[in-house]
Design a protein around this ligand. Structure first.
Ligand SMILES: Nc1ncnc2c1ncn2[C@@H]1O[C@H](COP(=O)(O)OP(=O)(O)OP(=O)(O)O)[C@@H](O)[C@H]1O
Length: 625
C-alpha cells in the first residue's frame, strides 16, 4: 500500500507527490464520501438490461467491433484486457487474456458493471469520463483499496458533435506496466471515433438520398438532379413521365444523352442549353440551380423540368396519376408492352382505369402518331357489331350506304384499336376478329377484297374470360390469341395511396371544366376517402369529386361536401380501418424484429422509422423489446 494514498485517505498529511489528475479525482471521491477500502455497492446490469443498453448503443458497438480485437492483438499474451464502455460508465464489451479476466471479474471489471467515479472511486474509465481526457491510473492511484491490484489506461470517445459517448479502456495487473500503453489506447479511441463518424456520414448520406427522393416524389412538377460529371442522379416520376421514359432508364445516364442541345455540356460555367423535344412537339426544358460545396465549387445542379410555356396546355394534364407501387408497376408493364407488337389484354374491375392504360400504351407505342379508336363491345347489339368493326361493301344488305362503309379497324389503321368489354362480343364477330388478328387484313361484310391493315389491338374485360371459355361463350383460340400480354389493373381499394394524387387531379380537372377557381382540399376529407372501399373504383372517386366540386361554396372542399352515402359508409368503416392499420403495423414491427433478431436499431432502419418512434410504437402496441 502506498504511503501517499494512505496519507490522503486518512487525512494524515500532505500528498504533493501525486499526479494532478489523480489528486483531483481523489478529492472528488472524498467529497462524494466514497469508501476507500471496498466498493460499497456495485451497479451491475442484468443480462437483458445489458443487451438493451448494447442495442441502444449500436453505433458505438459497431464502431468498436474491428478496433477491440486489433488493440487486443497488440497486447495478447501479456495478461491485459480491452474494454468498451458507454458514456455513462457501463462496460459493454470486453476482450482479454483469461488469467487476468478471471481476476478482474472479482471486482466486476466485466460487461454490465458501471465504473463511474462515484461508484468505483478513481479508475481510468470513470476518471477519463470526469476529466474528459485520456488518463492512466496505476495500482495505488485507485481510490478504493480493493482495486489496487489494477493498472488502467483509458481515453474518452467523442461523436462528430464532440459529445462524449463512450470510453476505451485497457486494464492489467498493477505490476504489469508496458510502455506506451496510453498511446495505444488513444490510437484505438481515434480509430473508433473515425468509425463512428463514418457510420454517421453513411446514415446522413442515406437520409439525404432518401429524403431527396421522397421530397421529389411529393412535387407535382418534374424534379431532376445532375452531378458534377453531368450524370443524372435523380429524377422523380413526374419528371420521367414528362420525358416519356421510366425513371430507371434515366437515372445514371449522362444528361447529354437524355436532353438535346449542347452535347458537350459541362456544369461549371457552361451555358445550360438543355431541351428535349418529344414526338408530340412538346418541348421540355429544365430550370436548374447550381449546387456548390463549402469552397464554392459546383458539385452538381438540381431543378425542375418545365414544359416550354408555349406548349404548356398539353402538359398540364398527365394521362394518369397515382403513386402506389401497384399503379407504378401497372404502367411500367404497360410501357414495356408498348414496345412490342403483341396484342394486349387488360383485365380489371369496372372503373379501375383500363382505358387509361390502353391510351398510355398507345401513346408510348410506335402507333402513337395514328388514331386511337375505342369500341365498347357490350354497347353494340350482336347484329351490328360485325359491320361496326369490319365495315361493309356497297350493296351488302338492304339499307347499306352507297359505296359501302369502313369499319373501326380500317379507321384505326396505323393506330390502336381498343376493344372494351371484349367478353361481351358475339361469337360470330369473335370468329371474324380471330381471322383478322391472324391475317392482319379486313374483309368488309359482303366484300371479297382483303384490305391490309396495320393496327395495334388492345382488348379489355372486367369478366373472367377463362370462365366464359369454359361456358362456351368465348372462343378458346381467340382467348389465347388475345392474352399474349396481360395487364391486371387492381381495384382502387388495394392501392389507396393513389387517392393522394387522384383527388387533387380530379379537383383541378373539374374546376377547369366548370370554370371555377382552383379549390383547396381539407385534410380531413382524405380520412373519409381513405376509409371508404370504392366498389366503383377510380370512376366512382372521380364522380364523387365532381359532385363535391360542383356543390362546394367556399375555397376549400370540406367533409360537408362529401356525398352522404360515401360519408356514412366511410364513417362506419373508419373504426375498422384504424384497427386494421394497428394490426398491420404490429405485424410489420414483429416481422422486422424477427428479421433482426430483436435488434431495435436495424429493425427501425428496416421499417424506415427512427429508433425512438419504434420504441414508442412498440409500447403503444404492447410489444416487449
Ligand atoms: N390512374 C389514373 N389517373 C387518372 N385518371 C384515372 C386513372 N385511372 C382511372 N382514371 C379515370 O377514371 C375513370 C375510369 O377509368 P376507365 O374508363 O379507364 O376505367 P375502365 O376500367 O376502362 O372502366 P370500364 O371497365 O367500366 O370500361 C376515367 O375517367 C379515367 O380517366
Amino acid at each position: 500500500m502506498s504511503d501517499v494514498w494512505r496519507r490522503f485517505v486518512t487525512g494524515e498529511g500532505p500528498v504533493d507527490e501525486v499526479d494532478p489528475t489523480i489528486y483531483r479525482s481523489w478529492q472528488r471521491c472524498k467529497a462524494l464520501e466514497v469508501d476507500y477500502q471496498r466498493v460499497g455497492s456495485n451497479e451491475i446490469l442484468s443480462k437483458p438490461r445489458l443487451r438493451e443498453r448494447c442495442q441502444a448503443q449500436e453505433d458505438l458497438i459497431q464502431a468498436g467491433k474491428p478496433v477491440l480485437p486489433y488493440v487486443f492483438r497488440l497486447l495478447k499474451g501479456l495478461n491485459y484486457m480491452v474494454l468498451l464502455c458507454d458514456g455513462e460508465g457501463y462496460i459493454l464489451e470486453a476482450l482479454g487474456d483469461p488469467p487476468f479476466m478471471t481476476k478482474a471479474q472479482q471486482v466486476y471489471l466485466s460487461p454490465g458493471a458501471n465504473w463511474r467515479e462515484d461508484i468505483k472511486g478513481t479508475n481510468a474509465i470513470g476518471t477519463s469520463l470526469a476529466e474528459k481526457a485520456p488518463v492512466k491510473v496505476r495500482g495505488w492511484e485507485h481510490f478504493v483499496q480493493e482495486n489496487h491490484f489494477l493498472s488502467c489506461w483509458a481515453a474518452p470517445l467523442r461523436n462528430s458533435r464532440g459529445d462524449i459517448v463512450g470510453v476505451l479502456d485497457v486494464s492489467g495487473e498493477a505490476a504489469n506496466q508496458k510502455e506506451r500503453l496510453l498511446e495505444i489506447v488513444v490510437m484505438g479511441a481515434r480509430m473508433i471515433e473515425q468509425n463512428l463518424q463514418l457510420i454517421e456520414l453513411k446514415r446522413n448520406f442515406r437520409f439525404c438520398k432518401q429524403g431527396i427522393r421522397l421530397a421529389a416524389e411529393m412535387l407535382r412538377e418534374g424534379f431532376i438532379a445532375i452531378d458534377g460529371d453531368g450524370v443524372i442522379t435523380e429524377i422523380n416520376r413526374a419528371g420521367a413521365q414528362l420525358l416519356g421514359r421510366r425513371r430507371e432508364e434515366i437515372i445514371g445516364r449522362p444528361a447529354s444523352d437524355v436532353f438535346c442541345g449542347n452535347k458537350n455540356w459541362k456544369i461549371d460555367g457552361g451555358d445550360l442549353e438543355l431541351e428535349v423535344e418529344k414526338k408530340s412537339g412538346l418541348r421540355i426544358r429544365p430550370r436548374l440551380r447550381e449546387v456548390t460545396d463549402d469552397e464554392g465549387y459546383t458539385v452538381g445542379v438540381v431543378g425542375v423540368l418545365q414544359v416550354n410555356p408555349a406548349d404548356k396546355k398539353e402538359a398540364e394534364t398527365p394521362l394518369w396519376v397515382g403513386r402506389s407501387e401497384i399503379t407504378r408497376k401497372v404502367f411500367e408493364r404497360a410501357a414495356k408492352a408498348a414496345q412490342t407488337k403483341s396484342t394486349v389484354l387488360i383485365q380489371g374491375e369496372s372503373g379501375t382505369g383500363k382505358e387509361i392504360v390502353a391510351r398510355y400504351i398507345h401513346e408510348a407505342s410506335p402507333w402513337r402518331e395514328g388514331p386511337f379508336i375505342g369500341v365498347n363491345c357490350a354497347a353494340l347489339p350482336s347484329t351490328l357489331i360485325e359491320s361496326e368493326l369490319f365495315g361493309y361493301a356497297d350493296g351488302a344488305f338492304t339499307g347499306a350506304k352507297r359505296g359501302g362503309r369502313p369499319g373501326k379497324f380500317e379507321l384505326a389503321d396505323g393506330g390502336t384499336i381498343f376493344l372494351d368489354e371484349i367478353g361481351d362480343m358475339a361469337l360470330n364477330a369473335q370468329a371474324a376478329l380471330l381471322r383478322l388478328l391472324q391475317e392482319a387484313e379486313v374483309f368488309r361484310i359482303g366484300d371479297t377484297k382483303a384490305r391490309k391493315i396495320n393496327v395495334r389491338v388492345i382488348a379489355a374485360t372486367n369478366k373472367n374470360l377463362s370462365d366464359l371459355v369454359a361456358e362456351g361463350l368465348f372462343r378458346q383460340d381467340l382467348y389465347y390469341r388475345l392474352k399474349v400480354i396481360t395487364i391486371d389493373v387492381p381495384p382502387l381499394r388495394y392501392r389507396k395511396e393513389d387517392i393522394w394524387d387522384l383527388v387533387p387531379y380530379f379537383v383541378r380537372q373539374t374546376c377547369q371544366t366548370l370554370g371555377k377557381p382552383p379549390l383547396g382540399i381539407a385534410e380531413e376529407v382524405y380520412t373519409y376517402l381513405f376509409a371508404y372501399s370504392w366498389p366503383g373504383n377510380v370512376r366512382e372517386l372521380k364522380n364523387c369529386i365532381e359532385s363535391m366540386v360542383a356543390m362546394a361554396d367556399g375555397p376549400l372542399l370540406t367533409v360537408e361536401d362529401i356525398p352522404a352515402e360515401i360519408k356514412n359508409a366511410a364513417g362506419s368503416e373508419a373504426g375498422m380501418q384504424q384497427s386494421l392499420l394497428k394490426r398491420q403495423t404490429r405485424e410489420a414491427i414483429l416481422q422486422a424484429l424477427a428479421q433482426t433478431e430483436g435488434k431495435i436499431a436495424p429493425a427501425a432502419r428496416l421499417l424506415g422509422i427512427g429508433r425512438s418512434t419504434l420504441y414508442r410504437k412498440m409500447k403503444e402496441l404492447g410489444i416487449k423489446p
